[in-house]
Design a protein around this ligand. Structure first.
Ligand SMILES: [Zn+2]
Length: 371
């Protein structure tokens, strides 16, 4: 690099250093009808410009070579005082119109870092220019929820009217993910796309992630002869049952994993978890989620059947060491319900219901722990 341009660069550098804003406005307080500004360095009178803007009448103070210490703050003190980084090197303080108000400004003799501007008496309450809050406290930040969209990949789940369970449940799971995140919950999806996952892997994920809740989403289906009569939303929690209907549904959902295992080992595995301590909690979670899904969908749709909260030995819930539920969002074998299930509006009502139910359950649980 030739010497001349080196010198030029040096000159450019030092001039930016010399003339860049170095003073910081660090504090602004309204006290005793005065706006009290505090700077990081001594404030020079020649850096302060005062002028008036009209329509409406405003008193403006520009502080040159100065920056706001907290950049992203919308600065206002009460109704009449506004502050802003007017340009790179100027902080502008604007005092709003009040009839007959004439400001006086002065620098306290013993405090060269501060600048006081009188304000219309009695018009402005004491106020502080607060530093920006570091992030609002999120009460759900440690409550990881695992959402399990059922089936996937070669395992299509139920198929009816050309629609597949695996697609539907993924769509609803994604909506639920967004809603829970909005409410502050960390969320982990066992699958985010169309891929196959063995059932034991799904709960293992919840264990590994130390999730507080496990929610598995499925859709139901019945053979052709019944498809016009059977419909509705059902929520299950893990427990063995003599109820033949629940057993049938469980058998269908368990099919992909129980293939090949002997009946004996199947029963041993299932029995081993039936006495788990999470049954009561899972039951409560199921009730909360189910109720909200029913109320939500019924606000916009007629004939939503309440299939109730039931227990069943679903494989996917076996081994769960946290409150775990399995939701059958509806019957894709039922023509009207299938149509609804694949609309964004219906899916949204279901997902909102699940999210609200989860929050309600967790809120109640917290209360119980607190007492
Ligand atoms: Zn399923």
């Amino acid at each position: 690099m030739p010497m001349l341009s080196k010198l030029f660069l040096l000159g450019l550098l030092s001039s930016t250093l010399l003339f860049s804003a170095t003073n910081l406005l660090t504090k602004a307080v309204v006290k005793k009808s005065e706006l009290r500004l505090t700077f990081s360095q001594k404030i020079s009178k020649k850096d302060v410009t005062h002028f008036i803007l009209s329509n409406p009448h405003r008193e403006v103070y520009d502080f040159k070579n100065t920056r706001l210490a907290h950049s992203k703050v919308p600065l206002g003190l009460g109704k009449y005082v506004r502050m802003a980084q007017y340009n790179k090197n100027t902080v502008r303080v604007v005092i709003g119109a009040v009839k007959g108000y004439k400001p006086t400004a002065y620098q306290p003799i013993f405090a060269k870092h501060t600048y006081h501007i009188s304000l219309p008496k009695g018009k402005i309450e004491d106020a502080k220019y607060k530093t920006p809050k570091k992030k609002t406290y999120n009460p759900h930040k440690d409550e990881l929820i695992v959402i399990d969209a059922g089936h996937g990949g070669h395992d299509t789940g139920a198929i009816s009217g050309g629609k597949r369970e695996k697609d539907l449940v993924l769509q609803i799971a994604k909506r639920l993910e967004r809603k829970l995140k909005k409410r502050g919950h960390p969320v982990y999806m066992t699958r985010k796309k169309d891929r196959f996952l063995k059932l034991p892997q799904r709960t293992k994920i919840a264990d590994r992630k130390n999730a507080v809740l496990f929610v598995s989403i499925h859709a139901n289906s019945v053979p052709k002869s019944k498809q016009n009569s059977v419909h509705g939303i059902e929520t299950f929690f893990l427990q063995n049952t003599r109820d033949a209907r629940s057993q049938r549904i469980a058998a269908r959902e368990n099919k992909s994993v129980l293939k090949g295992t002997t009946k004996l080992s199947r029963n041993v595995i299932i029995d081993s978890v039936l006495t788990g301590p999470k049954i009561v909690e899972s039951n409560k979670l199921a009730i909360d989620v189910h109720r909200r899904m029913i109320t939500n969908t019924r606000t916009m749709y007629s004939g939503v059947r309440d299939g109730g909260v039931r227990h069943a030995p679903f494989w996917v819930l076996v081994g769960a060491s946290r409150p775990s539920i399995l939701i059958e969002v509806g019957y894709i074998s039922h023509p009207r319900e299938r149509k609804r299930l694949f609309t964004p509006k219906y899916q949204d009502l279901i997902a909102t219901g699940i999210a609200e139910g989860i929050d309600s359950y967790l809120g109640n649980r917290k209360k119980e722990i607190d007492f």
